[in-house]
Design a binder for this molecule. Structure first.
Ligand code: AMP
Ligand code: MG
Length: 315
């Protein structure tokens, strides 16, 4: 994984600004000449390099990543102000992305059961205009979905221009649960890494920025969370006996996640392995990464119509 350097740091930011300015001139020119190619005209944003990113080809050993890490933050309230700051950034940048209406952001959330996918959505996207977000939760495929190629149901939910799309589980289930539970043979699931990379590359060429988060919890923390679901009447609805069955395959899931992440972390669609035993720290890392990425995309409000200064609204 890369060292943490700020996405907005020093000369990198300056050269990004120069490139962005050049790109937007080129973008404006091609917009005028070929309006149908607006989204395809711009290259994907410059990558940022936060700490938990898995570099392409580098691989990851999940056993070496501490799920309980929280940088210098000791308690939830130590991180509260910073989380609020990143939430504000996301809300502002999302408004610009929506108004710009040219590109979109796809967030993929994967984790073991109880890993915190739902909690992440609830806490990181608080305050973001619901009109600009679309959450898609993927369960075991229906008969109709199973009758299509595995990407079919996901492709339909990819965010359209201006939108942020959140995948709560995703096309990665088709190389995770499917592999661990032997739902299809290896000669079917293994080639899917390449198919997924091609799919994400194609999305990026269409103006979709893809970010993928693996919420990394420990086996002990999963036990605590399952027990708390059992103990609290208001949380019991979340408990599923199936979670206990899946838990028995923990090691197989870790191997499947490691291989999936190693094979599909790319420049255009990187994976982030996020320490997730502390919910508040998980929220902070994800909010920070999303805000930095949106900032690098640099969405802009469209230019207003000409001559508005002279416009008056009749009584
Ligand atoms: P939950 O997210 O807890 O509601 O559970 C959804 C369930 O659907 C999980 O057990 C997933 O493993 C399962 N699931 C999601 N996608 C797939 C898929 N493509 N094939 C098989 N099972 C899936
Ligand atoms: Mg579940």
């Amino acid at each position: 994984m890369a060292d943490r350097t700020s996405a907005a740091g020093g000369t990198a930011a300056e050269s990004r600004e120069t490139r962005t300015a050049a790109r937007s001139v080129a973008g404006r020119q091609s917009r005028a000449a070929r309006p149908e190619q607006v989204v395809v005209a711009d290259p994907p944003p410059e990558p940022d390099y936060p700490r938990y990113r898995v570099e392409p080809g580098a691989g990851v050993r999940l056993a070496d990543v501490d799920p309980d890490e929280s940088e210098h933050f000791g308690r939830k309230k130590d991180a509260a102000a910073e989380l609020a700051h990143h939430r504000d950034r996301i809300a502002d940048l999302q408004a610009r992305l929506y108004a710009e209406n040219r590109r979109s952001l796809l967030l993929v959330l994967q984790a073991m059961d109880t890993g915190g996918k739902d909690g992440t959505i609830k806490h990181v996207f608080r305050g973001v205009n619901p009109q600009g977000c679309q959450v898609s939760s993927f369960k075991a495929p229906s008969a109709e979905e199973s009758a299509h190629d595995f990407l079919w149901r996901y492709h339909q939910r990819v965010p359209s221009r201006g939108m942020i799309g959140i995948f709560n589980r995703s096309h990665y289930e088709d190389v995770l649960v499917v592999r661990v539970k032997g739902l299809v043979p290896e000669e079917v699931w293994r080639p899917r890494y390449d198919v997924i990379n091609q799919f994400e590359q194609a999305l990026s060429l269409s103006g979709v920025t893809v970010l993928k988060f693996y919420l990394h919890i420990s086996r002990d923390e999963q036990k605590r969370r399952l027990e708390s679901r059992l103990a609290d009447p208001d949380k019991r609805w979340k408990f599923s006996a199936n979670d206990l069955r899946e838990r028995r395959y923990w090691d197989d899931y870790m191997a499947a996640f490691e291989e999936a992440i190693a094979n599909t972390s790319t420049d255009v669609a990187p994976w982030y392995v996020v320490p997730a035993d502390n919910k508040w720290y998980r929220n902070l890392v994800i909010a920070r990464t999303i805000a930095d990425t949106l900032e690098a995309m640099d969405p802009r409000y469209p230019a207003p119509e000409e001559g508005l200064d002279a416009v008056t609204v009749e009584d």
